[in-house]
Design a binder for this molecule. Structure first.
Ligand SMILES: [Zn+2]
Length: 407
């Protein structure tokens, strides 16, 4: 057991109101925080400790080592609750063509399905590991990873095995796109997703997700798939209302899904449903940016109605090939109507709520010791300085005794 005191923090975001200024960010100036590195490990082998003390700079109890943060801002590591980092190939040419004015080619997901089926386990794992490492270097501590580019039993199960190597937050998304073999028999594909594929995937997953959209899965199919998954102990998530109005949000709320993701096209009824439920609205404006969507999700409307909002990268090769939560924060402020403080809360505590986690997304005593430091005096700089690599891990990927590196 090793303890470290991170001292002389210029601005500490705890997300615990009573630990700070009473705001939802629980902001505290001239602070210190003590972490016990413990001996727990995550599936990717990083050491996890916990927060054991929060208070004023210079007044912390004795610790085995002390790190001078020199006035920087420290906040909970980002919780990126929506990613698709298990895939083969890339779609750079398709992106370039789209930016050159060619229409978005439907069936892009199928390009990645073919490349993912061709890739072997080690190729898929190498790609997923490198993207998760890229996320961690930019201040993300918890990552959710979905399957969904297999669309057959073997590749969906392999994808979840890979996901399991990099995170405990794994999501079975067999219902991402109808497998090419079932193009003329979508109901047959739903039977596969709720039968043999679920049998192979459920032991490797914490969540089940469905892409509810014209051309993907409709409300009845989604209800059936999610209910069967829930009966196996999986929590529900939904890709909802991304490309147009639709039933995704209503299905998510009806089934008590932890999260309805995208939420770009919402009716008043959808907003009310989210606001009066425990289903988090997870916005992924990186996807709207990368597809040059004419509309962004209206985060302001959701917050004003009382909904809980999260932000995530949606890192995937087709429509949002970014691993950067700080970029997403900047977009959410510029395009979704969130204030910089609301965006930081959504990318930390909001992400944790969407994964129904109480140990991450805040820095109260007992929280997981995933701390992110900014080369800046304030969290406002995340949105104020878009594209600048300010965020990096303070603790989440470091072994005890190595946490002072970088200063
Ligand atoms: Zn997605």
């Amino acid at each position: 057991m090793t303890t470290t005191c991170y001292d002389r923090i210029g601005e500490l975001i705890t997300n615990v109101p009573e630990l700070g200024d009473g705001s939802v960010l629980g902001l505290r100036r001239d602070a210190a925080i003590v972490v016990d590195h413990g001996d727990g490990t995550t599936p990717d082998g990083t050491t996890v400790g916990e927060v054991v003390w929060v208070g004023d700079a210079g007044s912390a109890p004795d610790a085995d080592e002390r790190v001078d943060v020199a006035g920087r801002c420290v906040l909970p590591a980002f919780v990126d609750s929506h990613s698709h980092v298990v895939f083969g190939g890339d779609r750079a040419e398709e992106f370039a063509a789209r930016m050159a004015g060619q229409p978005y080619a439907a069936g892009g997901i199928r390009t990645t399905v073919a490349a993912t089926r061709e890739a072997d386990d080690q190729q898929l794992l190498a790609r997923a590991r490198s993207l998760v490492e890229e996320m961690r270097r930019q201040g993300t501590g918890t990552v959710e990873v979905k399957s969904g580019y297999g669309a057959d039993v073997a590749t969906e199960a392999r994808s979840l095995w890979v996901a399991r190597q990099v995170t405990e937050e794994t999501t079975y998304l067999g219902a991402h796109v109808v497998g090419p073999e079932y193009a003329d028999d979508p109901d047959g594909y739903v039977r596969l997703v709720t039968g043999e594929m679920l049998d192979a995937c459920a032991p490797l997953a914490r969540w089940i997700d469905v892409f509810v959209e014209d051309g993907a899965f409709d409300a009845d199919q989604a209800r059936e798939i999610l209910a069967v998954g829930q009966a196996r102990g999986l929590g529900a998530r939904v890709h909802a209302n991304q490309l147009g109005p639709g039933p995704g949000v209503q299905v998510a709320v009806e089934l008590d899904a932890a999260s309805a993701d995208h939420c770009t096209h919402l009716s008043d009824g959808d907003v009310d449903a989210l606001a009066s439920s425990d289903t988090v609205a997870t916005l992924v404006p990186g996807a709207d940016f990368c597809t040059r969507s004419p509309v962004y999700p209206d985060g302001r409307r959701l917050l004003d109605a009382g909904a809980t909002v999260a932000l995530a990268s949606d890192c995937n090769p087709g429509t949002s090939y970014t691993s950067s939560v700080p970029f997403v924060i900047a977009l959410a402020v510029r395009e979704c109507g969130l204030t910089p403080s609301e965006a930081v809360w959504a990318a930390t505590a909001g992400g944790a709520a969407s994964l129904r986690r109480t140990d991450v997304g805040h820095l109260g005593v007992g929280a997981r010791a995933d701390l992110t430091v900014l080369d800046a005096p304030s969290h406002l700089h995340l949105a104020y300085r878009p594209g600048v690599p300010l965020a990096r891990p303070l603790t989440s990927t470091t072994a005890p005794g190595a946490s002072a590196s970088g200063f």
